[in-house]
Ligand binder design. Structure first.
Ligand SMILES: Nc1nc2c(c(=O)[nH]1)N[C@H]1C(S)=C(S)[C@@H](COP(=O)(O)OP(=O)(O)OC[C@H]3O[C@@H](n4cnc5c(N)ncnc54)[C@H](O)[C@@H]3O)O[C@H]1N2
Ligand code: MOO
Length: 395
């Protein structure tokens, strides 16, 4: 299957987003909004001083009034020709026409008068250094569309706009099954065995793509154990690593076949990562649809499988708007491979993207240095040509 098609099959294999749930702000991070975020208030909610200084009414000089107005405090009224000290963020008193910055005014102790020493026009322009009510939005105005990913900035905006809770889509649950008897969980590689690189790499990345990773475990190269692990997983998406090829202990295809799973993608024209697969599993006991993404064992091939199949599927299940592809420019030629798309670790430079060494399927050295994964079509990309770049884990 062509690489673009595999991505769209993965996204389209979910009938729609998971159900809507309500979450407190602190727990909504990473979810997608289930409805547009509409302001619950005008922003700013009142005419606000943008500077520390004095609220003034009309042209100066002004008679200084007793007291001061602080953010969150009482502001009252201001008569024509008078001024009162005011703090940044304080509500403007009724009758104020402008704010005179502290560094632009001179308060005379002996006369009780405030004079404007600012450079420029003699009288402060009405409205100067005031943030007027509703400048950013009006109550009820839509601020963000449904499907927006809740980032830290979205949390801040939602709080500013008056929200305590948000309606979001439930995040898809993922269980990661790491296959391979040769994998060690601690210490340096030894006795022909290697460290598991994907157990540490994938969960934080999948979380960053909107998944709730409910478990991660090692599964020995044994068909029975693999079948049991897949069958008993309660996750919306089971992600496996390794065992996708046709080696003597690669049991994934047979296991899926025996379980009656339906293969939606079985091998993709992409390097690295071509043996990746996507299957629909028999429904869970509660009737939920479950899917399995089989990532190849070679670590960079697994990452290629994740960007191709897992990310589009998880984003769709989580209700996220389609990611806007980042198109940039290639600073150097990126050779293609006839019949295949290549996914290559690239680095951002002032002149565009350059490929990194150590891009073999079994290597992570290039990826760990990379700003993104370049999508190189079969015909290759010439220096100076546009280049699509995918996000890499956690960048
Ligand atoms: N006869 C063929 N052999 C292979 C082909 C092929 O087309 N014909 N394709 C190669 C490609 S490409 C890949 S990719 C791998 C995919 O193999 P599997 O998905 O079955 O993965 P394994 O055989 O289990 O492991 C491959 C390789 O990766 C290492 N590995 C596995 N898991 C991890 C992990 N969690 N962390 C670090 N390294 C891992 C494993 O030790 C192997 O070295 O098949 C090729 N063979
Ligand atoms: O495609 Mo393999 O997936 O090159 O490492």
């Amino acid at each position: 299957m062509a690489w673009e098609r595999a991505r769209s099959v993965a996204g389209g294999s979910a009938a729609g987003p998971l159900p809507v749930v309500t979450r407190g702000l602190a727990d909504a991070l990473g979810h997608a909004l289930a409805e547009p975020l509409a302001a619950l208030t005008d922003l700013p909610p009142f005419d606000t001083s943008a500077m520390d200084g004095w609220a003034v009414a009309g042209p100066g000089p002004w008679r200084l009034r007793d007291g001061r107005i602080l953010a969150g405090g009482h502001s009252g009224q201001l008569g024509a020709g008078t001024a009162v000290p005011i703090a940044t963020g304080a509500r403007l008193p009724v009758g104020a026409t402008a704010v005179l910055r502290r560094e632009h005014g001179e308060a005379e102790d002996h006369s009780g008068m405030l004079r404007d020493r600012s450079p420029g026009p003699a009288a402060p322009v009405p409205g100067r250094d005031i943030r007027p009510r509703g400048q950013e939005c009006r109550s009820g105005e839509p601020l963000l569309p449904a499907g927006t990913t809740v980032t830290p900035a979205v949390l801040g905006l939602a709080a500013a706009a008056g929200y305590d809770r948000l309606a979001v889509h439930r995040r898809p649950t993922v269980e990661l099954l790491v296959l391979g008897d040769e994998l060690l969980e601690h210490g340096p590689p030894r006795d022909g065995r290697v460290r598991d690189a994907l157990g540490p790499l994938l969960p934080p990345w999948l979380r960053g793509c909107g998944a709730e990773v409910t478990g991660r475990r090692m599964v020995a190269d044994d068909a029975g154990l693999l079948r049991e692990a897949v069958q008993h997983s309660r996750a919306d998406v089971v992600v496996t690593t390794g065992s996708t090829a046709a080696g003597p202990v690669d049991h994934l295809h047979d296991t899926l076949d025996e379980m009656g799973a339906r293969l939606l993608v079985d091998s993709v024209a992409v390097r690295p990562g071509h043996p990746m697969l996507l299957a629909e599993l028999p429904p869970a006991v509660d009737g939920r649809t479950r899917r399995l993404v089989g990532l190849p064992g070679n670590p960079l091939a697994a990452v290629a499988g994740a960007v191709t199949l897992a990310v589009p599927l998880l984003r769709r299940l989580g209700g996220h708007l389609a990611d806007r592809p980042l198109t940039t420019v290639a600073a150097a030629a990126l050779p293609g491979r006839p019949g295949d798309t290549r996914l290559l670790p690239v680095l951002r430079t002032d002149h565009g993207m350059v490929p990194l060494p150590f891009d073999g399927p079994a290597m992570l050295r290039g990826l760990a240095f990379a700003d993104g994964l370049a999508v190189v079509p079969p015909g290759g990309v010439a220096a100076g040509d546009p280049l699509e770049v995918l996000d890499v884990p956690g960048r």
